[in-house]
Design a protein around this ligand. Structure first.
Ligand code: NAP
Length: 260
């Protein structure tokens, strides 16, 4: 069991990539504090994984609140005995060009995507120093290939990526590794549609034309990369920015991907 007994906090665990990450980590033997605001979803996830080798403990927290971030860490210490890895997955997006995006929506994106990484990592620092632990932050390939009308989210994820590299430098002497995973386009609730609706958009070829592989990625693909980074395989990797994107950042724009 590659992650047996590893104690991992995953934020953004109530849906999408975070929930997929909790599933994979628990199946591989890790004990996971699953964190988000929608408690009923977290409880359902814990119930679903009740027979997994790793334990899943649901915990309600708003990652934009310092008090909640500290309570999250206290809950991890209480329930799991400490923290070996922190996965900062919580994120949100409001789309719109600069003359249409309200200031509070821009600030909210910075709080949810960027401030959350600062607050949760800072709160977990003593535990991570004790365990010589790992932080994985969720960036995005939109930083390399910005789509129209999403500059605010691009800015927020650019900050996450840069912060990951800066923190890798600052925390390396403590034995703490910090890396950034940049997913490509993965069907989820992030863009305000249901996961099924998002998946259906791939059927039109709309997203597929922009990536090299013709398979639609899913949460499991991203979770595999996270599991590798938090495990022994990632022992010498820090400050890395890793694309998990089916080749999205290669820059294709194929108008008829089904024909090729
Ligand atoms: N899907 C993609 O194509 C894609 C691509 C690149 C990067 N990403 C990044 O991957 C991460 C996961 O996204 P996803 O696609 O899985 O989207 P999602 O299904 O919408 O998940 C977002 C998660 O973040 C949580 N969250 C949002 N605000 C929060 C807050 N203030 N406090 C605590 N939790 C909060 C949500 O839970 P609650 O609402 O229950 O709090 C939810 O669990 C995000 O950082 C996203 O930016 C996704």
């Amino acid at each position: 069991m590659p992650l047996a007994g590893r104690r991992i906090v995953v934020t953004g665990a109530s849906s999408g990539l975070g929930a997929g990450t909790v599933r994979l980590l628990a199946v591989r033997g890790a004990h996971v504090l699953a964190v988000a605001r929608r408690e009923e979803r977290l409880r359902a996830l814990a119930d679903e994984l009740a027979d997994a080798p790793g334990r899943v403990v649901p915990f309600r927290a708003d990652v934009t609140s310092d008090a909640d971030a500290r309570a999250m860490v206290a809950a991890a210490v209480d329930a799991l005995g400490g923290i070996d890895a922190l996965v900062n997955d919580a994120g949100a997006e409001t789309q719109g060009p600069i003359d249409a995006l309200p200031q509070d929506a821009f600030e909210a994106m910075l709080r949810t995507n960027v401030l959350s990484v600062f607050l949760c990592t800072r709160a977990a620092l003593d535990e991570l120093r004790r365990s010589r632990g790992v932080v994985v932050n969720l960036g995005s390939t939109v930083v390399a290939r910005p789509p129209r009308g999403r500059f605010g989210y691009v800015a927020a994820k650019g900050a996450v990526e840069a912060m990951s590299r800066g923190l890798a430098v600052d925390l390396g002497r403590d034995g703490i590794r910090v890396n950034c995973i940049r997913p490509g386009i993965v069907p989820s609730e992030l863009r305000g549609l249901t996961e099924a609706e998002e998946r259906a958009r791939f059927e039109t070829g709309m997203h597929l034309g922009r990536q090299a592989l013709s398979e639609v990625g899913d949460a499991r693909d991203v979770a595999e990369a996270i599991a590798w980074l938090v495990g022994d395989g990632g022992r010498w990797i820090t400050g890395a920015v890793i694309d998990v994107d089916g080749g999205f950042t290669l820059g294709l724009s194929d108008p008829n991907p089904r024909a090729s």
